[in-house]
Design a protein around this ligand. Structure first.
Ligand SMILES: [Zn+2]
Length: 181
């Protein structure tokens, strides 16, 4: 069986009203879509589905944890996931055309003949959107960076060496050296 079918909801059989679904997503789930830059994921997503006659309101509550890499020092950085996303799914005659024309990213169309909601791509997207773009170790209570001090010291040395190389005075001296040759 296709792994992603575990994340399908057979909404046709549901009574009108609110239904709750809970999903736990690990690295295997994310890697089944794409290579990702986070790991040790234990994401939890609670989905509240409010079923109406021709549409469904979905609320995704993302929680749990994952681990990324600090952009500055390369340390492992545990992340608490927390975010909420809302989506309206409408049942229509021509879903492809409607999806093309719809500009609101929170509205999605499916065919009136459809019986299942395929949640996997939304779960994937919403968890990824819950991970901060800026990944930094941050600072302790005293305002000191929590980045790996050894890596920061090395970075400073590289920077100093780089500045020396591109310093215009040194370039000038190199020219004289060429003339003497
Ligand atoms: Zn860091």
């Amino acid at each position: 069986m296709d792994y992603r079918r575990n994340f399908d909801i057979a909404f046709v059989g549901l009574k009108p009203g609110v239904h709750e679904f809970n999903y736990e997503l690990n690295d295997e789930f994310f890697l089944s879509f794409h290579e990702v830059d986070f790991r040790n994921t234990a994401a939890k997503v609670k989905v509240m589905l409010d079923k109406h006659h021709n549409f469904m309101q979905l609320k995704f509550e993302v929680g749990g944890t994952t681990e990324v890499t600090c952009d500055r020092c390369g340390n492992d950085l545990p992340i608490e996931l927390w975010d909420e996303f809302n989506l309206i799914v409408k049942l229509v005659e021509e879903p492809e055309k409607m999806n093309e024309e719809e500009e609101d990213p929170d509205i999605f169309y499916i065919s009136k003949g459809e019986s299942h909601l395929h949640l996997a791509p939304w779960l994937y997207e919403f968890v990824i959107l819950s991970i901060p773009m800026q990944r930094m170790c941050g600072e302790d209570e005293k305002g000191k960076s929590k980045c790996n001090p050894e890596v920061l010291a090395k970075l400073n040395n590289f920077k100093a060496a780089d500045e020396q190389q591109t310093n215009p005075i040194w370039k000038g001296l190199d020219q004289f050296k060429d003339l003497n040759d």
